[in-house]
Design a protein around this ligand. Structure first.
Ligand code: COI
Length: 365
């Protein structure tokens, strides 16, 4: 097995996007629709280990139709953002956390573990070469998507012996339609997303595929996102399709479902818990039922609910719909606690306020 490979940067390749076209695209990027000019790519094989690390022009993969990923879904991914800082700096938010979770996901999916340094280097090289794709503006950033999949052409069911790790970059605005300030949630009382002991804590494409029928139901019912309940009793609130959830009670305390084996360990979730504690708020990682949610909303005990994640940052939930009714949270607007935490989080991520936690990873151009 070789040591970590060094990166080849094929920067002599022709840029595909003109400055004028790029500026136009960056004006209103939406989410995940436009992409930067380059990509990072590293191969892994049983014989060579990690090898052939490079930055190339962004292009389609050439894959054998028998590649294991198409048949047995050996695939994992991450999401993080790059921001433009002062003095020609680029800021990444907690990339080490993404590297650790990627390693956890790889282990669960019987895939090779990419060293943290190589994972971060791939991101850094891509961000450096595509730094002009980091949009300016309060709600904008460059969303980075590291991912890995099995590309061995073999139809037997066993861990593949060949993989591709890659990173692509997409300039983004808010994840949700409208102003991205609030959304409507659909509570899914029958379909499940992932199970403890299954792949629930791995960030693998399969978990997201399993959430899509319920997500389609959410859209059908005029909602933005779906929230799942626990698999066993369909009683306890767990996770929104692609993000975690927080409840804010009248006394200012925060509740979020515990990491009980069926919830993804969100980087934004853990950052919010830290920020809230340090702001003197009471936080509880504990089970919260759909029944309590309805009751606390009706009595006025529940003041705010918000979703959090890399893509969503902190997005308030204004309304909740379910099979037998609907209810509004607070006054249906972004609440003061969500607003306060969002301001603090965004401020740190963008280098506008001091980062006492060492979360921000700075890259000098
Ligand atoms: C993220 O917030 O990065 C996610 O993974 C959510 C979604 C876009 C899949």
């Amino acid at each position: 097995m070789t040591a970590d490979p060094s990166f080849k940067v094929y920067s002599n390749l022709k840029k595909t996007t003109s400055e004028e076209e790029r500026e136009q695209l960056l004006e209103n990027p939406g989410f995940g629709k436009i992409f930067s000019d380059h990509m990072a790519m590293i191969r892994w094989s049983e014989k060579k280990g990690w090898h052939d690390a490079k930055i190339t022009i962004r292009q389609p993969f050439q894959l054998d139709p028998a590649s294991a990923v198409f048949h047995y879904a050996q695939e994992i991914f991450e999401g993080l953002k790059a921001y433009r800082g002062k003095n020609k700096c680029i800021l990444l938010f907690r990339p080490e956390e993404n590297a650790s979770r990627f390693a956890h996901s790889a282990m669960r999916m019987a895939m090779p573990i990419i060293p943290k340094t190589l994972f971060i280097q791939a991101i850094e090289e891509l961000v450096k070469i595509d730094n002009k794709w980091i949009p300016e503006g309060e709600e904008k950033s460059l969303y980075l998507r590291p991912f890995m999949f099995a590309n061995e052409a073999f139809l037997g069911v066993r861990p593949a012996k060949q993989y591709i790790f890659s990173v692509i970059a997409s300039p983004v605005g808010t994840y949700f339609r409208g102003n991205g300030e609030s959304m409507i949630l659909w509570v899914e009382e029958y379909l499940s997303r992932a199970i403890p002991g299954g792949t629930a804590t791995a960030k693998c494409g399969g978990n997201y595929a399993a959430s899509l029928e319920a997500q389609a139901l959410a859209y059908k019912n005029g909602c933005d996102q779906v929230v799942f309940l626990d698999v066993k009793e369909h009683r306890w609130v767990e996770e929104i399709g692609g993000m975690n959830i927080f409840f804010v009670l009248k006394d200012g305390s925060l509740i979020t479902p515990p990491l009980n084996g069926s919830i993804l360990h969100g980087v934004t979730r853990s950052s919010i818990l830290t920020l809230a504690k340090d702001a003197g708020l009471k936080t509880k990682e504990c089970a919260y039922s759909f029944e309590e949610w309805k009751k606390d909303s009706a009595t006025g005990c529940l003041k705010e609910v918000f979703a959090c994640g890399t893509a969503a940052v902190i997005t308030s939930i204004s309304q909740v719909r379910h099979e037998s009714g609907e209810f509004t949270i607070g006054d249906g607007k972004i609440g003061p606690i969500a607003q306060q935490l969002r301001g603090k989080l965004i401020g740190i991520q963008r280098g506008m306020i001091h980062d006492p936690y060492g979360w921000v990873h700075t890259l000098q151009l």
